[in-house]
Design a protein around this ligand. Sequence first.
Ligand SMILES: NC(=O)c1ccc[n+]([C@@H]2O[C@H](COP(=O)([O-])OP(=O)(O)OC[C@H]3O[C@@H](n4cnc5c(N)ncnc54)[C@H](OP(=O)(O)O)[C@@H]3O)[C@@H](O)[C@H]2O)c1
Length: 293
Amino acid sequence: MKIIIYGAGFIGTHLEKNLAADHEVVLLKTNITSKEDIERDVENFGAQVIVNCAGKTGKPNIDWCEDHKKETLDSNVLGPIVLSDISQAKGIRLIHVSSGCIYQGDNGGKGFSELDAPNFCGSFYSRTKIWAEEYLVSNPHSCILRLRMPITAYPNPKNFITKIVGYEKVISVENSVTIIEDLFRVIRVAIEKNLSGVYNVTNPYPITHKEILDMYKEIVDPSFTYNIMSLEELKKYAKAPRSNCVLNTDKLSQVIQLDDSRVALRKVLEEYKLHFKEMQGKKEGINDSCFCG
Ligand SMILES: NC(=O)c1ccc[n+]([C@@H]2O[C@H](COP(=O)([O-])OP(=O)(O)OC[C@H]3O[C@@H](n4cnc5c(N)ncnc54)[C@H](OP(=O)(O)O)[C@@H]3O)[C@@H](O)[C@H]2O)c1
């Protein structure tokens, strides 16, 4: 397949390497709000699939979006609309990497399914994710994949493990998490099976920050210590409220079986350990990335 990936960030750059093994892939930095430029890319490359990994996620975190609403709106809503219109007009598949941070809570233990209306709009970032989904969902060629708290074996400021290990204090709440390698498997299935509609792409069963940190201490660094803070205390440090939620993965399990989050995390941490020295070198730069869930 000829695949264009937009968004040369954390997920886009890893995805390019992953898909390049058996697809013809380009990772482009074109501004996704420019209809003319995107149409030219699609035409020149002969794209059959577009994967949208572009968006404003904020630096150092989503609080940035509160003060940069225009840029966030352009990239997170207008850009996906442009991609969706082109996908629909040309009959090209659009895979949109979205977020599960549009929910709060665990929905009475069931987790939120793809049919549940979003119930979290506390941050501008989350609201833009909801607006984009609302538009894209009417495009029969689009497939929306919602991830949460991405985790990989490689230290990176956007890797949820690296993030929480670097915080001076961390909250501990049950959340769904996404192992990035599993997200890539889902993207492959979405391409092969022409999936459309919305999918929650998280590993089954939620996990708390504390469980992740305890497993990190056990597997990666026995000298590691951490401090837990309450959600109330987090309010002192974060400008916008954070989503903590559990997603239901029954729909996803109809198309692919993913390891439970604890099993998957253990495997990832075994590999993460191998990159531990590299992570230690980067840790100082990560510590100031503020407290966010
Ligand atoms: N990482 C997470 O915790 C997480 C969790 C759930 C969902 N997601 C979603 O997954 C997607 C990818 O996330 P990520 O972690 O890879 O984020 P990332 O590292 O911030 O990468 C996003 C990339 O998109 C680029 N971009 C922003 N606006 C653009 C535009 N108008 N046109 C073209 N490129 C643009 C960014 O460039 P600049 O840096 O120059 O803006 C950046 O290179 C995002 O939609 C994000 O909301 C991420």
